[in-house]
Design a binder for this molecule. Structure first.
Ligand code: DUT
Ligand code: MG
Length: 580
């Protein structure tokens, strides 16, 4: 387990700005408390001076208050500007930290996660956290200063009237607490609903081509309506409590004013307080009720921020189970022999083993084909070589070295993978090929494209290599995308290759072109080919037939046909299909 980082540790780099923020928050609340006292001084004392004298003093006090207010203005400006910037910087640090962590987490983590949820960790959770980190301490300090300050000042003026003024505060607090909790829960439901809606929209938009091909737009709208209705109901609920919360609090404040006026009036008739005292009390009402609202808000902010922080920590606490082991060495001068020694594998504990007791030796430069029924574990077997998953039993060796004793980077740097679905990043054709080796020169990129039979079609694009292919490369055909992904691997130039159904999604015509570039790429490299169309692997030096029981047959096409076993059966079945 990684040790949990305290939430306070994120303030560390910004200690100075944090304390400055606190200082200005204290200053601003002191000024808020002082202004009514000046007013009181004028109404109780200064107005009884001689006219000229009073005039001078009032002007002086006016000037002093102006200065105070200007200073308070700066305080508020500092809090709003630099305080927020500090929050944003902390958010920046946390975002960088979680993004870097996402990069390290293995396939097994992503198998069980939704991208949308991982995204919201980075966006909304982090926002909640930094709101708390930035506003939390400042709110507590300001509220405490104002509340206690107002109480002490008013108490020295008139204890009786102070009790009258504060009598409703506990009830106001309870009321606010109750409604706020209800409101908070309703808002939490809102969030769940909106997250559902977002997930649904994302799912729909990613699959929009399927939707259209089944002409299922109205089905999708119906499905969407359920989520959208749920969201509306949740929102109505939250506004119910929000309405009660805000209107109730305002009523409380007004009631406090009434009580102060009534109690003050009675005390004036008994000559226990003066009119000036009453005015002073009225001026403090908003100052002493503000903290109630702020503290209730703070409670909510704290809940959101803290649970966001816990989710954030939860992710960071997940140790990538596939990482460089201690003393792992660099894989260099790779020949490309691969050995599976008694390899077993299961995706999760307590599930069936996908592979068990696989033994396999592949010579450097060998061209090896894997065939077998769907779900037999061909992809799984290949994913174990670059350690996308770790074996659960036995070991896999590259050039005689256990892959777990090699650094991940050097291992993966020497393995090239071409899959059925190609992911192209946002950017140009050039960027996407250069992804295979970011430091390659333009000549090398073009050379790779030529090798992959991609140069011609690239040159026919509007801006050639600098054509922006848009997200997911929608403007390219499947075969073209596949050739870009092959060019990527040509550029990477790895000694070990894995083709996982690289041509399965293509029609015969583009399959031939892609197949040609794949074969060119495979020359002198250890190559694993998984293919559904057996005709494409007829020339393989060795064909393995993988079934639920492990490797059942092994040999060349001719040998396996002669054996008249599973392979021969599969082959005849396909051949019959293709004949039709
Ligand atoms: N499996 C999982 N989790 C995964 C991937 C696969 O449990 O993340 C299971 C499904 C299947 C078995 O492992 O029963 C083997 O899957 P694999 O994808 O390796 O099968 P394949 O031989 O590549 O099948 P196909 O020809 O359909 O690609
Ligand atoms: Mg597969």
């Amino acid at each position: 387990m990684e040790k949990k980082k305290s939430i306070f540790s994120y303030y560390k780099p910004y200690k100075k700005i944090f304390f400055a923020d606190m200082f200005f928050a204290i200053m601003a609340s002191i000024i808020t408390l002082v202004i009514p006292l000046v007013v009181r001084y004028i109404t109780s004392t200064v107005i009884y001076y001689e006219t000229d004298e009073a005039f001078r003093v009032i002007l002086k006090l006016g000037l002093m208050m102006t200065v105070l207010i200007l200073f308070q203005c700066y305080c508020n400006y500092f809090i709003a500007n630099y305080g927020h910037v500090m929050g944003a910087k902390i958010e920046y640090d946390m975002r960088a930290e979680i993004f870097a962590h996402y990069q390290k987490l293995p396939f097994s983590f992503y198998d069980n996660q939704k991208v949308g949820q991982l995204l919201s960790r980075i966006t909304s959770d982090l926002f909640d956290i930094t709101e708390l980190l930035h506003h939390g301490p400042e709110n507590v300090v300001i509220s405490a200063m104002k509340f206690i300050g107002a109480f002490v000042i008013l108490f020295t003026i008139s204890p009786k009237l102070t009790f009258a003024a504060f009598a409703l505060i506990p009830f106001m607090f309870l009321y606010a607490w109750f409604f706020n909790r209800k409101m908070k829960k309703a808002f939490a439901r809102n969030r769940v609903k909106i997250a559902d809606i977002n997930a649904q929209i994302e799912d729909n938009l990613s699959g929009i081509r399927v939707v259209k091909s089944f002409a299922n737009e109205s089905v999708e709208e119906e499905k969407f309506k359920v989520g959208n209705d749920g969201f509306l109901a949740a929102k109505k609920d939250s506004y119910l409590y929000m309405g009660g919360y805000h209107s109730g609090l305002t009523a409380f404040i007004n009631m406090i004013t009434v009580i102060v006026l009534v109690a003050g009036g009675i005390l004036i008739t008994k000559a226990q307080v003066s009119v000036t005292d009453l005015v002073t009390f009225l001026l403090y009402i908003s100052i002493m009720t503000d903290p109630v609202r702020t503290m209730i808000d703070f409670a909510e902010m704290f809940q959101n921020g803290y649970s966001g922080y816990e989710r954030f920590q939860e992710i960071l606490a997940i140790e990538p189970d596939i990482q460089d082991s201690q003393g792992s060495e660099e894989l260099t001068d790779v020949k490309g022999t691969i050995d599976f020694e008694n390899v077993s594998f299961q995706y999760e504990e307590n599930t069936e083993k996908v592979l068990s007791h696989i033994d396999l030796h592949v010579d450097a430069g060998e061209y090896l084909a894997l065939v077998g029924s769907s779900g037999a574990g061909k992809t799984t077997l290949c994913n174990l070589i670059p350690r996308f998953y770790d074996v659960t039993g036995g070991s896999i060796k590259v050039d005689g070295k256990d892959v777990r004793d090699l650094t991940l980077k050097s291992l993966r740097d020497h393995i090239g993978i071409v899959q059925q679905d190609v992911y192209l990043f946002v950017g140009t054709v050039y960027d996407n090929i250069a992804y295979g080796r970011p430091d390659a020169t333009r000549e090398e990129v073009i050379e790779a494209a030529k090798n992959a039979n991609a140069h011609e079609f690239i040159m026919a694009l509007p801006d050639g290599y600098d054509t922006d292919i848009g997200q997911r490369g929608v403007k390219l055909s499947g075969g073209q995308k596949q050739r870009l992904s092959i060019a990527r691997v040509f550029l990477k130039n790895p000694p070990i290759l894995i083709f996982d159904e690289a041509t399965s999604a293509l029609d015969n015509e583009s399959e031939r072109v892609v197949q040609e570039s794949l074969e060119k790429l495979a020359k002198n490299r250890t190559t694993f080919v998984i293919a559904h169309r057996l005709s494409t692997i007829r020339n393989a030096k060795k064909i393995l037939v993988l079934t639920e029981n492990g490797i059942e047959e092994e040999g060349t096409h001719t040998e396996l046909m002669k054996k008249n076993g599973i392979y021969a059966g599969l082959y005849r079945m396909q051949f019959a299909d293709e004949e039709v």
